[in-house]
Design a protein around this ligand. Structure first.
Ligand code: NAP
Length: 362
Protein backbone atom coordinates (compact mmCIF):
# COMPACT_ATOMS: atom_id res chain seq x y z
CA UNK A 1 0.00 0.00 0.00
CA UNK A 2 1.23 3.45 -0.90
CA UNK A 3 1.53 6.06 1.83
CA UNK A 4 2.38 9.71 1.18
CA UNK A 5 4.30 11.53 3.90
CA UNK A 6 4.67 15.16 4.97
CA UNK A 7 7.83 15.67 7.03
CA UNK A 8 7.09 18.71 9.19
CA UNK A 9 10.47 19.43 10.77
CA UNK A 10 13.64 18.16 9.09
CA UNK A 11 16.21 18.43 11.88
CA UNK A 12 18.16 15.69 13.68
CA UNK A 13 15.15 13.41 14.13
CA UNK A 14 13.38 14.19 10.85
CA UNK A 15 16.52 13.56 8.79
CA UNK A 16 17.42 10.36 10.67
CA UNK A 17 13.85 9.16 10.04
CA UNK A 18 14.19 9.90 6.30
CA UNK A 19 17.40 7.86 6.17
CA UNK A 20 16.02 4.97 8.25
CA UNK A 21 12.99 4.79 5.98
CA UNK A 22 15.34 4.38 3.04
CA UNK A 23 17.56 1.82 4.83
CA UNK A 24 14.58 -0.35 5.83
CA UNK A 25 12.52 0.21 2.67
CA UNK A 26 12.70 -3.40 1.32
CA UNK A 27 11.87 -4.90 4.75
CA UNK A 28 9.01 -2.50 5.36
CA UNK A 29 7.57 -3.26 1.92
CA UNK A 30 7.90 -7.04 2.26
CA UNK A 31 6.87 -7.39 5.89
CA UNK A 32 4.29 -4.60 6.18
CA UNK A 33 3.12 -3.95 2.61
CA UNK A 34 4.07 -0.31 3.09
CA UNK A 35 5.58 1.80 0.32
CA UNK A 36 6.29 5.39 1.25
CA UNK A 37 6.80 8.57 -0.72
CA UNK A 38 7.76 11.93 0.79
CA UNK A 39 5.67 14.65 -0.87
CA UNK A 40 6.18 17.54 1.57
CA UNK A 41 8.94 18.86 3.82
CA UNK A 42 8.65 21.97 6.01
CA UNK A 43 11.32 23.64 8.12
CA UNK A 44 11.65 26.95 9.92
CA UNK A 45 14.79 28.34 8.26
CA UNK A 46 15.48 26.04 5.29
CA UNK A 47 12.22 26.70 3.47
CA UNK A 48 9.56 24.17 2.52
CA UNK A 49 8.97 21.89 -0.45
CA UNK A 50 5.91 20.17 -1.88
CA UNK A 51 5.66 17.90 -4.91
CA UNK A 52 2.67 15.59 -5.17
CA UNK A 53 4.80 13.39 -7.44
CA UNK A 54 7.44 12.91 -4.73
CA UNK A 55 10.39 14.91 -3.41
CA UNK A 56 14.02 13.93 -3.99
CA UNK A 57 14.81 13.22 -0.33
CA UNK A 58 18.51 12.62 -0.96
CA UNK A 59 18.83 16.09 -2.44
CA UNK A 60 16.84 17.59 0.46
CA UNK A 61 19.22 15.95 2.98
CA UNK A 62 22.28 17.30 1.18
CA UNK A 63 20.80 20.78 0.95
CA UNK A 64 19.69 21.10 4.57
CA UNK A 65 22.90 19.54 5.96
CA UNK A 66 24.87 21.94 3.78
CA UNK A 67 22.99 24.88 5.30
CA UNK A 68 21.08 25.53 2.07
CA UNK A 69 17.37 25.89 1.43
CA UNK A 70 15.18 23.15 -0.02
CA UNK A 71 14.72 23.02 -3.79
CA UNK A 72 11.28 23.68 -5.34
CA UNK A 73 10.64 25.79 -2.30
CA UNK A 74 7.28 27.32 -1.64
CA UNK A 75 7.08 31.02 -1.06
CA UNK A 76 4.32 33.58 -1.28
CA UNK A 77 5.35 37.16 -2.14
CA UNK A 78 8.89 36.35 -1.04
CA UNK A 79 7.69 35.17 2.37
CA UNK A 80 8.34 31.58 3.47
CA UNK A 81 5.18 29.49 3.51
CA UNK A 82 3.90 28.37 6.93
CA UNK A 83 4.03 24.66 7.78
CA UNK A 84 0.22 24.54 8.12
CA UNK A 85 -0.15 25.68 4.50
CA UNK A 86 2.21 22.91 3.42
CA UNK A 87 0.17 20.37 5.40
CA UNK A 88 -3.11 21.53 3.75
CA UNK A 89 -1.57 20.71 0.34
CA UNK A 90 -1.58 17.04 1.38
CA UNK A 91 -5.21 17.03 0.22
CA UNK A 92 -3.78 16.91 -3.33
CA UNK A 93 -2.27 13.47 -2.66
CA UNK A 94 -4.20 10.49 -4.03
CA UNK A 95 -2.32 7.95 -1.89
CA UNK A 96 -4.21 5.29 0.02
CA UNK A 97 -2.97 6.84 3.27
CA UNK A 98 -1.54 10.28 4.05
CA UNK A 99 0.57 10.76 7.17
CA UNK A 100 2.18 13.82 8.73
CA UNK A 101 5.47 13.05 10.51
CA UNK A 102 5.85 15.96 12.97
CA UNK A 103 9.33 16.58 14.43
CA UNK A 104 9.45 20.30 15.09
CA UNK A 105 11.07 21.82 18.15
CA UNK A 106 9.52 21.33 21.58
CA UNK A 107 7.79 24.47 22.90
CA UNK A 108 7.25 24.31 26.66
CA UNK A 109 5.23 27.53 26.69
CA UNK A 110 2.11 26.04 25.12
CA UNK A 111 3.16 23.20 22.76
CA UNK A 112 2.82 25.42 19.70
CA UNK A 113 3.06 25.37 16.72
CA UNK A 114 3.13 21.56 16.96
CA UNK A 115 -0.50 21.46 18.17
CA UNK A 116 -1.53 23.58 15.17
CA UNK A 117 0.34 21.20 12.87
CA UNK A 118 -1.55 18.24 14.37
CA UNK A 119 -4.99 19.87 14.10
CA UNK A 120 -4.31 21.03 10.53
CA UNK A 121 -3.15 17.53 9.56
CA UNK A 122 -6.24 15.88 11.06
CA UNK A 123 -8.50 18.44 9.38
CA UNK A 124 -6.72 17.70 6.07
CA UNK A 125 -7.29 13.94 6.29
CA UNK A 126 -3.76 13.06 7.44
CA UNK A 127 -2.90 10.61 10.18
CA UNK A 128 -0.43 12.06 12.68
CA UNK A 129 2.84 10.58 13.91
CA UNK A 130 5.01 12.80 16.09
CA UNK A 131 8.11 12.65 18.29
CA UNK A 132 7.17 16.03 19.76
CA UNK A 133 5.97 15.87 23.38
CA UNK A 134 4.03 19.14 23.11
CA UNK A 135 0.75 17.83 21.64
CA UNK A 136 0.26 15.03 24.20
CA UNK A 137 1.61 17.16 27.06
CA UNK A 138 -0.61 20.20 26.40
CA UNK A 139 -3.65 19.07 24.42
CA UNK A 140 -4.00 15.28 24.57
CA UNK A 141 -7.75 14.97 25.17
CA UNK A 142 -8.73 17.48 22.48
CA UNK A 143 -6.39 15.97 19.86
CA UNK A 144 -7.37 12.37 20.70
CA UNK A 145 -11.05 13.25 20.32
CA UNK A 146 -10.46 15.16 17.09
CA UNK A 147 -8.57 12.20 15.62
CA UNK A 148 -11.30 9.75 16.70
CA UNK A 149 -14.03 11.88 15.16
CA UNK A 150 -12.08 12.05 11.89
CA UNK A 151 -11.33 8.30 11.91
CA UNK A 152 -7.60 9.05 11.92
CA UNK A 153 -4.66 8.04 14.11
CA UNK A 154 -2.77 10.37 16.46
CA UNK A 155 0.40 8.52 17.56
CA UNK A 156 3.44 9.79 19.50
CA UNK A 157 5.52 6.78 20.63
CA UNK A 158 8.78 8.69 20.07
CA UNK A 159 7.77 11.42 22.53
CA UNK A 160 8.89 9.32 25.54
CA UNK A 161 11.87 6.94 25.65
CA UNK A 162 12.44 7.01 21.91
CA UNK A 163 11.93 3.63 20.20
CA UNK A 164 11.11 1.60 23.30
CA UNK A 165 7.36 0.99 23.45
CA UNK A 166 5.66 2.84 26.28
CA UNK A 167 2.31 4.01 24.95
CA UNK A 168 2.10 0.96 22.63
CA UNK A 169 3.12 -1.32 25.51
CA UNK A 170 0.24 -0.16 27.70
CA UNK A 171 -2.33 0.18 24.90
CA UNK A 172 -1.57 -3.12 23.16
CA UNK A 173 -0.42 -5.44 25.93
CA UNK A 174 -2.09 -4.34 29.17
CA UNK A 175 -5.83 -4.54 28.51
CA UNK A 176 -8.00 -4.02 31.63
CA UNK A 177 -5.01 -2.90 33.70
CA UNK A 178 -5.13 0.46 35.47
CA UNK A 179 -1.94 2.51 35.73
CA UNK A 180 -2.00 3.91 39.27
CA UNK A 181 1.28 5.81 38.96
CA UNK A 182 4.77 5.77 37.52
CA UNK A 183 8.30 6.87 38.26
CA UNK A 184 11.21 6.95 35.88
CA UNK A 185 14.36 8.42 34.40
CA UNK A 186 13.13 9.80 31.08
CA UNK A 187 15.68 12.43 30.03
CA UNK A 188 18.86 11.05 28.47
CA UNK A 189 20.84 14.32 28.55
CA UNK A 190 20.49 14.89 32.30
CA UNK A 191 21.10 11.22 33.10
CA UNK A 192 24.30 11.31 31.06
CA UNK A 193 25.33 14.49 32.89
CA UNK A 194 24.54 13.07 36.35
CA UNK A 195 26.51 9.86 35.75
CA UNK A 196 29.40 11.89 34.34
CA UNK A 197 29.34 14.21 37.38
CA UNK A 198 29.38 11.31 39.84
CA UNK A 199 32.41 9.93 37.95
CA UNK A 200 34.23 13.27 38.36
CA UNK A 201 33.56 14.87 34.93
CA UNK A 202 32.60 18.49 34.41
CA UNK A 203 29.03 19.61 33.73
CA UNK A 204 29.90 21.61 30.58
CA UNK A 205 31.80 18.78 28.92
CA UNK A 206 29.06 16.23 29.63
CA UNK A 207 26.39 18.55 28.19
CA UNK A 208 28.54 19.27 25.12
CA UNK A 209 28.73 15.53 24.36
CA UNK A 210 24.92 15.29 24.31
CA UNK A 211 24.69 18.35 22.07
CA UNK A 212 27.28 16.92 19.68
CA UNK A 213 25.30 13.65 19.45
CA UNK A 214 22.04 15.51 18.65
CA UNK A 215 20.42 14.10 21.80
CA UNK A 216 20.10 17.35 23.76
CA UNK A 217 17.16 19.56 22.77
CA UNK A 218 17.93 22.43 20.34
CA UNK A 219 17.67 24.67 23.41
CA UNK A 220 19.57 22.57 25.96
CA UNK A 221 18.08 24.51 28.89
CA UNK A 222 14.90 22.51 28.20
CA UNK A 223 16.81 19.40 29.28
CA UNK A 224 18.89 20.74 32.17
CA UNK A 225 16.03 22.81 33.66
CA UNK A 226 13.80 19.73 33.75
CA UNK A 227 11.28 20.96 31.16
CA UNK A 228 11.76 18.01 28.80
CA UNK A 229 11.18 15.55 31.66
CA UNK A 230 8.18 17.61 32.83
CA UNK A 231 6.68 17.50 29.33
CA UNK A 232 7.19 13.73 29.25
CA UNK A 233 5.65 13.33 32.72
CA UNK A 234 2.62 15.37 31.62
CA UNK A 235 2.27 13.38 28.37
CA UNK A 236 2.50 10.06 30.24
CA UNK A 237 0.05 11.19 32.91
CA UNK A 238 -2.41 12.52 30.32
CA UNK A 239 -2.34 9.47 28.07
CA UNK A 240 -2.01 6.66 30.64
CA UNK A 241 -3.88 8.20 33.61
CA UNK A 242 -6.25 10.71 31.93
CA UNK A 243 -4.68 13.44 34.08
CA UNK A 244 -5.58 16.48 31.97
CA UNK A 245 -2.46 18.41 33.09
CA UNK A 246 0.23 20.43 31.31
CA UNK A 247 4.00 20.57 31.98
CA UNK A 248 3.39 23.75 33.99
CA UNK A 249 1.52 21.71 36.60
CA UNK A 250 4.56 19.46 37.13
CA UNK A 251 6.60 20.28 40.25
CA UNK A 252 9.94 20.66 38.47
CA UNK A 253 13.67 20.70 39.29
CA UNK A 254 16.71 20.49 37.01
CA UNK A 255 20.41 19.66 36.89
CA UNK A 256 23.26 22.21 36.99
CA UNK A 257 26.98 22.48 37.74
CA UNK A 258 25.99 22.69 41.42
CA UNK A 259 24.60 19.12 41.18
CA UNK A 260 28.18 17.76 40.99
CA UNK A 261 28.85 17.87 44.70
CA UNK A 262 25.50 16.24 45.51
CA UNK A 263 26.05 13.50 42.87
CA UNK A 264 29.52 12.67 44.21
CA UNK A 265 28.37 12.72 47.84
CA UNK A 266 25.50 10.35 46.96
CA UNK A 267 27.88 7.95 45.22
CA UNK A 268 30.19 7.97 48.25
CA UNK A 269 27.20 6.76 50.36
CA UNK A 270 26.44 4.01 47.78
CA UNK A 271 23.48 6.00 46.49
CA UNK A 272 22.92 7.62 43.08
CA UNK A 273 21.50 11.04 42.29
CA UNK A 274 18.90 10.77 39.51
CA UNK A 275 16.35 13.13 37.95
CA UNK A 276 13.13 11.23 38.59
CA UNK A 277 9.82 11.97 36.86
CA UNK A 278 6.79 10.61 38.63
CA UNK A 279 3.02 10.81 38.89
CA UNK A 280 0.46 9.51 41.37
CA UNK A 281 -3.32 9.64 41.62
CA UNK A 282 -4.48 10.85 45.02
CA UNK A 283 -7.60 9.74 46.89
CA UNK A 284 -9.66 12.53 45.33
CA UNK A 285 -8.84 11.12 41.87
CA UNK A 286 -6.61 13.95 40.67
CA UNK A 287 -3.10 13.27 39.39
CA UNK A 288 -0.02 15.11 40.63
CA UNK A 289 3.30 14.90 38.80
CA UNK A 290 6.85 15.96 39.60
CA UNK A 291 10.41 15.99 38.27
CA UNK A 292 12.89 16.04 41.13
CA UNK A 293 16.53 15.19 41.89
CA UNK A 294 16.40 12.18 44.20
CA UNK A 295 19.14 10.20 45.98
CA UNK A 296 18.29 6.54 45.35
CA UNK A 297 19.80 3.44 46.94
CA UNK A 298 22.24 1.78 44.52
CA UNK A 299 19.98 -1.32 44.33
CA UNK A 300 17.09 0.75 42.89
CA UNK A 301 16.54 0.04 39.18
CA UNK A 302 16.59 3.77 38.39
CA UNK A 303 19.92 4.20 40.24
CA UNK A 304 21.51 1.57 37.99
CA UNK A 305 20.78 3.58 34.83
CA UNK A 306 23.95 5.13 33.43
CA UNK A 307 24.53 7.49 30.52
CA UNK A 308 21.61 7.77 28.12
CA UNK A 309 19.77 4.78 29.63
CA UNK A 310 16.13 5.43 30.59
CA UNK A 311 13.52 3.41 32.47
CA UNK A 312 9.94 3.74 33.60
CA UNK A 313 8.42 1.78 36.49
CA UNK A 314 4.62 1.56 36.36
CA UNK A 315 2.52 0.86 39.42
CA UNK A 316 -0.53 -1.10 38.30
CA UNK A 317 -3.64 -2.49 40.00
CA UNK A 318 -3.32 -6.00 38.52
CA UNK A 319 0.37 -6.64 37.85
CA UNK A 320 1.98 -4.70 40.69
CA UNK A 321 5.13 -2.89 39.57
CA UNK A 322 6.42 -3.47 36.05
CA UNK A 323 9.31 -1.70 34.32
CA UNK A 324 10.35 -0.83 30.79
CA UNK A 325 14.02 -0.09 30.23
CA UNK A 326 16.02 1.43 27.37
CA UNK A 327 19.76 0.89 27.73
CA UNK A 328 20.80 3.07 24.82
CA UNK A 329 19.07 6.15 23.50
CA UNK A 330 20.18 7.45 20.10
CA UNK A 331 18.57 9.26 17.19
CA UNK A 332 18.02 5.90 15.50
CA UNK A 333 15.79 4.83 18.38
CA UNK A 334 13.69 7.98 18.00
CA UNK A 335 13.51 7.58 14.23
CA UNK A 336 12.43 3.96 14.72
CA UNK A 337 9.58 5.09 16.98
CA UNK A 338 8.25 7.19 14.08
CA UNK A 339 8.57 4.24 11.70
CA UNK A 340 6.86 1.93 14.17
CA UNK A 341 3.92 4.37 14.48
CA UNK A 342 3.75 4.66 10.71
CA UNK A 343 3.46 0.86 10.47
CA UNK A 344 0.75 0.98 13.16
CA UNK A 345 -1.22 3.41 10.98
CA UNK A 346 -0.85 0.98 8.07
CA UNK A 347 -2.01 -1.97 10.20
CA UNK A 348 -5.03 -0.05 11.42
CA UNK A 349 -6.12 0.61 7.87
CA UNK A 350 -5.75 -2.67 5.98
CA UNK A 351 -8.65 -1.80 3.70
CA UNK A 352 -7.61 1.74 2.71
CA UNK A 353 -8.38 2.24 -0.99
CA UNK A 354 -5.37 1.46 -3.15
CA UNK A 355 -3.83 4.06 -5.42
CA UNK A 356 -1.43 4.27 -8.33
CA UNK A 357 2.03 2.67 -7.86
CA UNK A 358 4.48 4.90 -6.05
CA UNK A 359 7.47 6.61 -7.68
CA UNK A 360 10.43 5.90 -5.42
CA UNK A 361 12.37 8.62 -3.71
CA UNK A 362 15.95 8.47 -4.96
N1 NAP B 1 16.82 14.57 19.45
C1 NAP B 1 16.33 13.55 20.14
O1 NAP B 1 17.06 12.64 20.56
C2 NAP B 1 14.84 13.46 20.39
C3 NAP B 1 14.32 12.32 21.02
C4 NAP B 1 12.93 12.21 21.21
C5 NAP B 1 12.11 13.25 20.82
N2 NAP B 1 12.66 14.38 20.24
C6 NAP B 1 11.75 15.44 19.83
O2 NAP B 1 11.73 15.48 18.40
C7 NAP B 1 11.56 16.83 17.96
C8 NAP B 1 12.68 17.18 17.00
O3 NAP B 1 13.93 17.09 17.66
P1 NAP B 1 15.27 17.38 16.83
O4 NAP B 1 16.39 16.96 17.72
O5 NAP B 1 15.15 16.84 15.46
O6 NAP B 1 15.21 18.99 16.76
P2 NAP B 1 15.95 19.92 15.69
O7 NAP B 1 17.19 19.26 15.19
O8 NAP B 1 16.05 21.26 16.32
O9 NAP B 1 14.92 20.00 14.47
C9 NAP B 1 13.68 20.67 14.54
C10 NAP B 1 13.15 20.85 13.14
O10 NAP B 1 11.90 21.53 13.21
C11 NAP B 1 11.92 22.65 12.32
N3 NAP B 1 10.99 23.66 12.82
C12 NAP B 1 11.01 24.30 14.01
N4 NAP B 1 9.95 25.13 14.11
C13 NAP B 1 9.26 25.00 12.96
C14 NAP B 1 8.09 25.59 12.43
N5 NAP B 1 7.40 26.50 13.11
N6 NAP B 1 7.66 25.22 11.20
C15 NAP B 1 8.35 24.30 10.47
N7 NAP B 1 9.47 23.70 10.92
C16 NAP B 1 9.92 24.06 12.13
C17 NAP B 1 13.37 23.09 12.29
O11 NAP B 1 13.61 23.90 11.16
P3 NAP B 1 15.12 24.42 10.81
O12 NAP B 1 15.84 23.20 10.26
O13 NAP B 1 14.95 25.43 9.78
O14 NAP B 1 15.67 24.92 12.11
C18 NAP B 1 14.06 21.73 12.25
O15 NAP B 1 14.04 21.23 10.92
C19 NAP B 1 11.52 17.72 19.21
O16 NAP B 1 10.19 17.99 19.53
C20 NAP B 1 12.17 16.84 20.27
O17 NAP B 1 11.68 17.12 21.56
C21 NAP B 1 13.99 14.49 20.01
Amino acid sequence: MRVDLALIGFGNVGRRFARLLNELRPRVLTDCDLETRVVAIATRTHGAAFDVGGIDVGDALVRVEGGRRLASRLETAGQPIAACDVIRRMRQSDAALRVMIETTTLDVGAGRPAIDHVTTALDSGCHVVTANKGPAAFAYRALRDRARTAGLSFLFEGAVMDGVPIFNFVRETLPAVNILGFRGVVNSTTNHILTALEDGDEFGQALARMQADGIAEADASLDVDGWDAAAKAAALANVLMDAGITPHAVDRAGVGPESAERARAAKARNERLRLVAQAERDTSGSVSASVQLVELPARDLLASLRGTANALVFRTDVLGEIAVCQLEGTLTQTAYALLSDLITVRRRHPQAPDAAPVRRNP
